[in-house]
Ligand binder design. Structure first.
Ligand code: GLU
Length: 309
């Protein structure tokens, strides 16, 4: 049985060195539940294949289960043809799952665009807790907030233009409230420390490594950060396997888990696949898509032989 390492702590940044490590071990007792969660904005490439393959391998243990979830929140960029292609490509590669959009399961639906009401409920909870505030700033990070930031780099540190004083609600009129973004208020200078299954202890400082992030978009689309936490929690995921470009997102998400009083899963961040120039693969690398490689005659075994891990 693979070991999961769910250890998370939140400590003031200046106390990190002195904190005794507070390891939680309750998750270790639960049967393993992992997930693969492709976003259908393009064809899957070798990098996705490697991450999803690792997720699949880690879920293969006694009582282990793998969930397949389609993360299609962005109505402009997500396409059914890519959602279908991802299912087909991953099956071809040799990945099988126990629950998913094609086979159903206890936690259906496994398609994020069909789970919006649950995310909305959580937005309302966080509004009540005063942990999100309305924001009218229009920036690039607002547009990109609904997909995981693999290809876009990091969201800029929000300067706090619309951030109300602690304990005070945002000040927009009721008639404009429907059209504002909602941002998650991150605590200032607090270290989010967690144990990664592959990379060991990770530490990011809120308000320095990342700022108040978009939580719900003005055109009524929930953010990736919210949806992924809601689903991983609601679907009973015990370990999240994802690319290491999302380490900082994990730190943001741990703040959401804490705000909701939920136990966080364990995390395992996978190495990234790069092209010949050392650049991380992106969906624009069409020649390295699984589909293109399959059509060029490569077998699943040949593709798996290219994985770094
Ligand atoms: N849908 C996200 C992606 O494709 C999932 C990332 C994650 O594991 O949270 O990257």
């Amino acid at each position: 049985r693979l070991q999961q390492t769910p250890a998370t702590s939140f400590v003031p940044a200046d106390r990190v060195d002195r904190m005794a490590w507070n390891q939680r071990n309750t998750t270790r007792m639960k049967p393993y539940r992992g997930r693969v969660a492709p976003t259908p904005t393009g064809l899957l490439h070798l990098g996705h294949a490697q991450t999803f393959w690792i997720a699949h391998q880690r879920a293969r243990q006694p009582d282990g289960k793998l969930v397949y979830r389609t993360e299609d929140l962005d109505p402009q960029r997500c396409k059914t043809e890519f959602a279908d292609a991802a299912l087909e490509d991953l099956k071809w590669l040799g990945i099988d799952w126990d629950e998913g959009p094609d086979c159903g399961g206890e936690y259906a639906p496994y398609i994020q665009s069909q789970r919006i009401e649950r995310y909305r409920e959580l937005l309302e909870t966080l509004k009540t807790l005063g942990l999100v505030y309305p924001c009218r700033c229009s920036r690039k990070d607002v547009i990109e907030a609904v997909t995981a930031p693999h290809e876009t780099g990091e969201e800029p540190l929000y300067p706090g233009t619309c951030r109300p004083a602690l304990g005070q609600a945002g000040t927009f009129e009721a008639d404009t409230a429907a059209r504002v973004n909602w941002r998650f208020r991150v605590p200032s200078a607090e270290a989010v420390v967690f144990e990664d299954g592959r990379l060991g202890q990770q530490s990011f400082t809120a308000a320095r490594d990342f700022g108040d992030f978009v939580f719900w978009r003005h055109d009524d689309v929930p953010s990736y950060q919210l949806a992924v936490v809601a689903d991983d929690h609601d679907m009973g995921i015990t370990e999240v396997v994802r690319g290491e470009d999302l380490l900082k997102c994990t730190a943001r998400q741990l703040l959401i888990y804490r705000a909701l009083g939920w136990e966080a899963p364990a995390f395992h961040h996978c190495p990234l696949v790069t092209d010949e120039d050392g650049e991380r693969l992106a969906k624009r690398h069409d020649s390295l898509s699984l589909k293109a490689m399959r059509e060029a005659g490569l077998t699943p075994e040949m593709i798996r032989a290219k994985f770094i891990e």
